[in-house]
Design a protein around this ligand. Sequence first.
Ligand code: UD1
Ligand code: UDP
Length: 401
Amino acid sequence: MQRERVAVVVGTRPEAIKLAPVVRALRDEGDVEAVVVSTGQHRQMLDQVFSRFGLQPDVELSLMQPNQTLAGLTSRALSTMDEALAEMSPRLLIVQGDTTTAFAAALSAFYRRVPVAHVEAGLRSGDLRNPYPEEANRRLASVLTELHFAPTWLSKQNLLDEGVSPDRVLVTGNTVVDALHTLLEVPCSFEGTPIEGVPLDGSRLMVVTSHRRESWGEDLQNICLALLDIVERHPDVRVVYPVHLNPNVGGTVRRLLEGVDRIHLTEPLDYLTFVNLLRCSDFILTDSGGVQEEAPTLGKPLLLLRAVTERPEAFALGLARIVGTHREDIVQEAERLLCDSRAYNRMAGTPNPYGDGRASERIALALGRWIRGESPLLHPSEELGPAAQPPVVGRSPQIPA
Ligand code: UD1
Ligand code: UDP
């Protein structure tokens, strides 16, 4: 019997990291033919992940242009995805998260009457402009989605609150935890990587990433100035900051931090190297979505360089704190972790509320059932247990006033 074709769409680094285990699970399960479609929204950062996970795009749309605009990328993605769908005629299209690729691919599938499955569905910050444009992208994708794979019970609840039928929402855990687990078995080494020359012994290590559009300009400058304050006040602290390739990020970061003693700017790191760096770190400052989900597995405190989060679970458990983008607030919260061991230890706990490493397995199981015309719903013993989830105090914790 001919297997049904399922198109799995990736465009950026986090989508590739989070969908690589799903592709592998679908291929292991064997019920469907999983076809990887790359929009190429990212180029170098996407290729890094493909080669790390041995993933080969079956369809390559090569959309990235230097300093691309949201509208330009969206319109190119919509029309090229439409052509690709016409050629492939998949039974189902899988998108992940909140990028332009995810939204545009979901819309093109809707126009072609191809059902959409959304991985990492139901995250909500409650503020349409923050993160920008991701909160809009994920909401728009939800409207177009047939099967919602919610990573947590809170994200399922967000969807139910918006009127999505409970028989179309499954709680799976976040697939980034699956990806991370595959790398934790690899011994930690920086040989031959951009970290090789960084003297990590005897230093306390802060790992920093930032790239969000809503922070470009003044907020990103504040983040950089805070890093300068921290290394100046603490001679044993080192910062490693892999700089995102978006030119709107690199320009500011390099102007303020290039050549500063104990601040090491690097190119984007291969996923394994980055995960190893996180493992060696004392704590993390980031505005990344994926890094928020990884830190609790590694037991690393996380300070979020944003005003609001759509991933409140670790914050409710006290494993992460929202610090925003004001220079003094960032310095104050970093110094709390550097100087107060009890505050540090309270934030260094586990387990990870975002998943247990089996999300992709659950997704493949449910999709197999859906393709066979059965109910995709998971039995309570198959779903991510509610016990793994903290009681979340508010839907979207905000930066303290
Ligand atoms: C995108 C996503 C964001 C996600 C982030 C992950 C949108 C609107 N934004 O942001 O949600 O958190 O990816 O990293 O979907 N560039 C390169 N090489 C690369 C990647 C980017 O040169 O491998 C440069 C190019 O000049 C490109 C620019 O960065 O035009 C912006 O890329 P784009 O995908 O539009 O936005 P990101 O800021 O990367
Ligand atoms: N990451 C990486 N190399 C780096 C920085 C980040 O592999 O130099 C990984 C990180 O571990 C996480 C993902 O990239 O899994 C997050 O991507 P990004 O911050 O670009 O996007 P977001 O998660 O904010 O959408």
